[in-house]
Design a protein around this ligand. Structure first.
Ligand SMILES: NC(=O)c1ccc[n+]([C@@H]2O[C@H](COP(=O)([O-])OP(=O)(O)OC[C@H]3O[C@@H](n4cnc5c(N)ncnc54)[C@H](O)[C@@H]3O)[C@@H](O)[C@H]2O)c1
Length: 258
């Protein structure tokens, strides 16, 4: 049996949406640490370029930081064209861009609904299609879409987010069937409560114990603990994993603690 560690294989470039913050950034760092080039896409041009520069200096890999609003199909097309120029090849995609609604059903609007689906769900399909020739050309190519434990939990606070994340799980399974024909794997990762800017306002408002008392490991997750799992899913170590949801929540949705 071949037991060679293959976390650094393939060594192809990876596009990461939401790459300037939190879990997207942690994913970029994990990949760069094993030598994979990364193209970071996020809303703020200056911040994204700065994060890309920091990663390039720390890990000595080609990086790119681009302003791409993933809600805009034209911006996605421009991003793909630019990433093709900046990286030797593209063999991975991570969709980590995200926002969370907190107004429950009472604050729900048609615009907010469309916005949530445009951010979380549509880019996975549009980018999988646009990058298909690139990914198919590179052995071991893979995609990771960020879902959430909220795809499974009933949380009154964020119906749009929950629906989009649930949709991401179904979309991943559908795309996995098509992409497998080109040798491409696709999986969803569902983090629990991870210490990032997205979670910070809720932790501040409710207190950390409100979360940690029901988590079996009794703590919030750190972004690196998610980045490492995404890196694994994009590597040949995960060569037989596709159409799966990988839950990384410290024992949260399985907990009955009060
Ligand atoms: N932190 C958690 O506890 C947690 C739990 C489950 C799932 N997630 C998911 O993980 C992903 C990353 O979240 P995070 O915690 O790192 O949050 P974060 O706020 O730190 O990072 C999200 C990034 O996405 C970017 N973004 C938002 N809208 C965008 C758009 N239209 N175009 C391009 N970029 C956009 C933001 O600018 C930000 O840099 C999200 O999909 C989120 O839903 C997070």
């Amino acid at each position: 049996m071949d037991v060679t560690p293959r976390l650094h294989s393939p060594s192809t470039g990876v596009v990461i949406t939401g790459g300037a913050s939190g879990l997207g950034r942690a994913t970029a760092e994990a990949l760069a640490a094993v030598g994979r080039p990364v193209s970071l896409w996020d809303l703020d041009a200056e911040k994204t370029a700065r994060v890309a520069d920091e990663i390039a200096r720390r890990y000595e890999v080609p990086t790119q930081g681009l302003a791409v609003d993933v809600r805009d199909p034209k911006a996605l097309e421009r991003g793909v064209a630019s990433a093709r120029q900046a990286m030797p090849n593209i063999g991975g995609l991570v969709h980590a861009a995200g926002v969370v609604d907190t107004d429950s059903l009472d604050g729900l609007t048609a615009e907010g609904w469309d916005d949530g689906i445009r951010v979380h769900l549509r880019p996975v399909a549009l980018l999988a299609k646009a990058l298909l020739p690139d990914l198919a050309a590179q052995p071991g190519s893979a995609i990771v879409a960020f879902a959430s434990i909220n795809a499974t939990l009933g949380n009154a606070a964020n119906p749009i987010y929950s629906a989009a994340k649930g949709g991401a799980l179904s979309l991943v399974r559908s795309l996995a069937d098509r992409l497998a024909r080109d040798g491409i794997r696709i999986n969803a990762i569902s983090p629990g409560q991870i210490r990032t800017p997205m979670l910070a306002p809720s932790v501040e408002h409710l207190g950390e114990a409100a979360y940690t008392r029901r988590i079996l490991l009794e703590r919030l997750g750190e972004p690196e603990e998610i980045g490492r799992v995404v890196r694994f899913l994009l590597s040949d170590e995960a060569s037989y994993i596709t159409a799966a949801e990988i839950v990384v929540d410290g024992g949260n949705i399985s907990s009955q603690r009060m």
